[in-house]
Write a protein that binds this ligand. Sequence first.
Ligand SMILES: Nc1ncnc2c1ncn2[C@@H]1O[C@H](COP(=O)(O)OP(=O)(O)OP(=O)(O)O)[C@@H](O)[C@H]1O
Length: 892
Amino acid sequence: MLSKHALSVQNGSLGILKNIIGNAIQPNSNPHHVLLKELSTNSINFDKKINILNNKKQYIQLNRTFKKELFSNNCIFKRKFNSYPNSNLLKKEFNISFESKFNSYLNIINNNNCNNSYNSKQKSSFTLKTGFNKECINNEKLFKSLNKNIKKIQNSHNISSNNDINKFHKYPKQTKNKTKNYRDFYKRFSSKNNNPGNQKRKFFKTRNRNKSNRRSPKQIIINLLIIPVSGTLTIKLYSLLEQRFRENNITTCSTIYCEAHRRNKGRGKNLFIALEEKKLNEEVEKKENEKEIQNNKKLLKFLFSIIKKDFLLVFFVFTVTLSAAGINVLTPIITGDLINVVQDVLKRQERFYSIDFSEFTAPTLKLLTLYITQGILTFVDITLVAKLGENIASRLKLKLFNSYLLQEISFFDANKYNDIITRLTNDINSFKSTFKQVLTQGLKCTTQVIISGIYLISISPSLTLTICSTMPIIYFSMNLYGIYLRKLSRKAHILEDITNFIASEAISNIRTVRSFAAEPTEMKLYQSSLNKTSDANTKLGFHIGIFQGTTNASIGSLVLMILYFGGKQVVQGVINPGQLMTYMVAMQNTQKALSHIGVLFGQSIKAFGSLGRVYEYITESEEQSNKAKIVVNEIEDKIEFKNVNFAYPTRPESKILNNFSLKIPVGKVLAICGTSGSGKSTIGQLIEKFYEIEDGDILVDGISIKNIDSRSLRKNIGYINQEPILFHTTILENIRYGNPNATLEEVKEAARQANASNFVESFPKGYDTIVGDRGVALSGGQKQRIAIARAILKNPSILILDEATSALDSHSERIVQEALNRLMKGRTVIVIAHRLSTIKNADNIIVMKPYSLLDGDRINIIESGTHRSLMRKKGEYYKFYKDLSRRDKKND
Ligand SMILES: Nc1ncnc2c1ncn2[C@@H]1O[C@H](COP(=O)(O)OP(=O)(O)OP(=O)(O)O)[C@@H](O)[C@H]1O
């Protein structure tokens, strides 16, 4: 509230200040009064405002002209203020520090490039709207008392009401007599020691001296001629320039003011903010436009690079399409010829000549040839375009899929699964179909419109003119309605997507739905969404009906018009009946082609958008993969975290690791334990290079992980977590995922070592058993053992076990643990707390705490050492160990 108020005051003040400076407030309204009143009544608000402005400084850029103008104005203004004879008395009267307020005031003006130049009329309307006048009215009493005081002061100092300040204002219009005042002012204002007392004294002193002292002719010339003339000229020039400047800016100001007015529902208080926002928005808009142009250029280049591989195909499609368009234009002409022949024959029949049907043969044969050629061309066209479309779509899909596989893990955190898949399917498919249509229909329609248009004019220019005057009205109103229809269709599509999403989510989580007995809830949700979709589709159908009906009626009316006006011309002998027929068909074709072009235009914009989305993902992954990397074949020494600071890219504000340092020597076992959310799994993910670190470094054998090729690094790492994900394929293929070249024997051996062979062989189809989507057809322990067999085949030098057995019952856990123990032998192991025995025997144990729970700027590791040393310490690890052993005993 206060800040709004302050803004209003500031805006109002600025306007007044500008008016004072620009002499828009004439002598009777003493600028001091206005300023002093304002400063005194709004002292708190000014302070507040200054704080706001300081925070906003980064948004403010000074316009050079303005800066200059304000600077010069400040000087004049400051002089005026300082020249006031009794500012000290006023200070006392209002008990405020004028100097500081005034400086704050200047600060505001200096820091802000406000283009509000107003003339006096604008000023009054502006101040009225900003509420500044209200302030004045509210403080009328204060103002009156201020005036009284000023009068007292003036009387006590014998200063007439027509005081020097007012004379200064009048200066540009002053005549010879007033030159003296200017000179006095000039001297006084340029004086270094221009405090009010001194100035007053100097003023009278100078006057007296002027009377008594004689001057040299040179000095007289300087005083009487050069100073006033040059001064007058300078001021004239300045006011001229200012006038021009003001005129230029009035339009801007009123726009800004309207904006401010609108934003504040008519109160018009935030002019200043509106000004800043407008400028900021303009800059952002400009940058965005430039960026969009650049992006479109890149996109076209990308599209060209995709299409150019099928250059020959594109060439054939063009040729065939253009030929088909030519035939489409020729058909009505030949039809017209046929009609003329019929008419001739009929005329002759009227005159009792014998009928010769052979005359029909030529145009009929011509028409037949055209229809057959058109059929063949259409066939070739569709086949070629289908091939071209598929080629382009496949290339795009391959590129996009490849980009997905190369994306950083953070990409999958930031983007929804559905969006990712939609771009691969819907977006590319929509682009493909539109591309095909634009290439064939678009090209065909455009050619047809051009050739038919010329032909129509050549048959009857007057008829074409009459028809053309009505066609745009029909065409544009239909297009407008078409936009509305597309909006409705988009809405129906979205609702349909939501309905499908509700169904797919319920089905994919059917176990959860069942266990919570949530079937009725899901049903209700689905039904309500279905109802909405159905309503939207019904509405769409209704409007499509109106659209089609109106379109048909309009086309009918158009045909009628052609028949009416064309028929008249036939009777007048301007055109023959064949030409009328040709005209009618050609016009209908043109009209259809035009509406088709309109639809295609809308579609191509959408398709371009789809391609843009695909391209965005492709370029993102190219940026990732372009970073050159060092290949590591084997990790021989150690992995070292060096002062690592990390936050997940999707949640940059919550820090997970703070100044984290840790050494993991090769061949040793490191156990990480600590409270949930402390970042244990994060360490594993960083070693896998799933995320880039912000600060600090992770060194693998002394090489920064940033420079290491991710794939070569990951080949050395085996990651087994609580919930291993299997592919919807056979057990054999799932185990082989660890090493695609492994033989069946090697797979079986890995399964044996992972304690998986028994249960696999008990299945009727053995290793060929399909595990179901994400392995749903297997138990948790079985999935875990398949994952271990997979890791054994991969043979990694580093193993990360992230709570690998925590979701299993004690029997399965024992079996899996046995397999894990076998897997761990001879490898560097990072165990994220799960089994007491593993933790106990680890070479090093670290205990972590979430960064958010740490006091001050501490690191996440709160304890580290061997089991013995930590137990002796009886700290966090001791508590954790006791908890875990109690839980284990309970489970047993
Ligand atoms: N992909 C992610 N995006 C954003 N934040 C994440 C992501 N993964 C984890 N976090 C956050 O990072 C913090 C540490 O998570 P992490 O999984 O490393 O903890 P943890 O110690 O392994 O926990 P737990 O023992 O419960 O598995 C948590 O606050 C979590 O919410």
